[in-house]
Design a protein around this ligand. Sequence first.
Ligand code: C5P
Length: 301
Amino acid sequence: MRLHWQGPTLVVRTPAKLNLFLDVLGQRLDGYHELETMMVSIGLYDTLRLQANESGRLELSLDCTSPGITREMQMQLPVDERNLVLRAALLLRTQTGCTRGASIQLTKLIPLQAGLGGGSSDAAAALVGLNRLWNLGLSSVELHPLAAQLGSDVNFFLDSVPLALCRGRGELITAEPLTRPLHFVVVKPHGGLSTRAVFQALRRDRSAIGSVRIRQALQVGDPAQIGIQLHNSLEVPAGELSEEVAAVLSALDRVSSVGRMMTGSGSSCFALCAHRGQAVRAARLLRGSCCGQVFVVQTAT
Ligand code: C5P
């Protein structure tokens, strides 16, 4: 996440994520699932532009001039209190007693319902950005419990770590070293998937593989070794809910890469490539097959 001032406007650029492996370890009494997952930040960004006001009004608007904004996003993205950005702003005010307002413009490039963490990243950007804009002085340690209240993936984005092992329901973050950049081609099928629906469709899962091998492979930094370890317990239930996921995974099987997987609860899938050239070639072929939006990205630092 990068913050800079443009006059009175605080600009926050915040990335998407991919899950490199995701084990569901069991269901908890609170209804959530216990996870172990490795998340990596990628160079696909949403941008929040924040301006303070003293009237106390909180306003969120969508930047409809952005080339990345599709009609589908404009229809699906609420700009009222269902949006995590406004929920983050309200939570910060409740927590601190702050009465100041803000106008927030959101430039959306990260697809929705995609398993790319866009909504969570925007929420983290709102927490960090408004903390700065309103001079609240909350530390990262104080922001983490607020992030966890907003959603399971929000904590990952808060401290701008490139790579992290995430446990609990996803909110307990341990930063991991990223020894070299990784290159991906990401495909977002036309349809999205609801995280809740995918978890509900999960049957008793015995496919957990653990994090030891993938952590070793990431430390060595060899894409081929990392590719062998890609694994996602949610791929089967997501594939049952969306034929597009299975279609995208088989399209990814037909291009040259070192491994492919669905990210998070879908619907996006990605191939890990040995280098950028391989990702660019794969993207060209995938765009020809019309299976959705195609992005060439590398890890964000
Ligand atoms: O935490 P978040 O609001 O992103 O989660 C959305 C839904 O996904 C939850 O309401 C829950 O049904 C499901 N979920 C889960 N276990 C997790 C994370 C999410 O069951 N670890």
